[in-house]
Design a protein around this ligand. Sequence first.
Ligand SMILES: Cc1cc2nc3c(=O)[nH]c(=O)nc-3n(C[C@H](O)[C@H](O)[C@H](O)COP(=O)(O)OP(=O)(O)OC[C@H]3O[C@@H](n4cnc5c(N)ncnc54)[C@H](O)[C@@H]3O)c2cc1C
Length: 289
Amino acid sequence: MTALAVVAPVDIAALRATLAAEAGPVRFIAGGTDMLIAGRPLAGTGLLVDLARVAGMAFISTDDADVRIGGATTVAALAADCGLRARIPALCEAAGQCGSVQIRNRATIGGNIANAAPAADLMPVLAAAGTRLALLKNDGTQYEAALCEYLPDSGHLIMEVILPGNALLPCSAFVKLGPRRDLTISRLNLAMLAEFQNSHFGTVRIAAGALGPVPLRMHLADAALGGRKLEPATLREFLSALATEVDAAIPGRNSQIYKRRAVAGLGLDLIAQAVGLSPRDRLFEEAVE
Ligand SMILES: Cc1cc2nc3c(=O)[nH]c(=O)nc-3n(C[C@H](O)[C@H](O)[C@H](O)COP(=O)(O)OP(=O)(O)OC[C@H]3O[C@@H](n4cnc5c(N)ncnc54)[C@H](O)[C@@H]3O)c2cc1C
């Protein structure tokens, strides 16, 4: 049995050559914040490819119609990027609420997707944005797949995360609820992309995390807001839709009652952030009176 070998390619050509030359199992490590935590032993054999130094895998491109993000881009870079904030503020919000400064400086978007944790904070935003992934197989074949089609166990490398321009909407928001305020894993998180003008919603897309193994697109909640005026009656229908979605997602689970209540407050915070109102605005109080 051969020992685990570790390589750190410096550019994409070297990365491709490394993958093509390896006949055995290949694993990737980027920031290592999921992979190296206690209780997760590394495989003893095969090849471990360190992505942290691959030039050309960490970038944020917002000038073209589609937003493109390199798979090894750190969460800290996402949180700080002004161009990204102008196109999809929810992704910067979600990134800014991941872990601590130290974690964000190491953690990457590719790792957040590939680790496939139900509570991963970037995932609901990416799901609501209709994200596509540029993936690389070991044999050098590159292909694109929708985020929801990506299989973390495939071992295919996430080269780029693509947010299609035609799916990005002018307003967006991300909110999370955890057991404490900072450095907290989400018990529930919500993301929203929306059109909103003259107090009316246009298209709305909402997704939730920590309600199942993958982010949940909340179509009932979309429909409760889409095309409607922002007023207490609309918000009441929205809250009812959110509760219905939680009930359908986790029927009989211990957390169902808690999450069914929690999603109401989180949902109103989500709308407040997306449309630029205070969460204490009278409108939200009237919705729950
Ligand atoms: C203290 C602490 C707090 C945390 N808080 C949060 C939080 O608030 N919110 C949150 O969402 N997460 C949180 N996390 C989890 C973690 O930081 C994120 O999931 C992070 O984005 C993982 O990225 P990484 O680069 O460190 O992944 P790694 O640990 O390097 O890799 C994780 C997995 O992804 C695979 N992988 C990595 N990059 C790629 C790629 N480009 N293509 C294919 N596979 C790849 C690896 O093979 C591995 O299986 C926390 C972790 C810790 C330790």
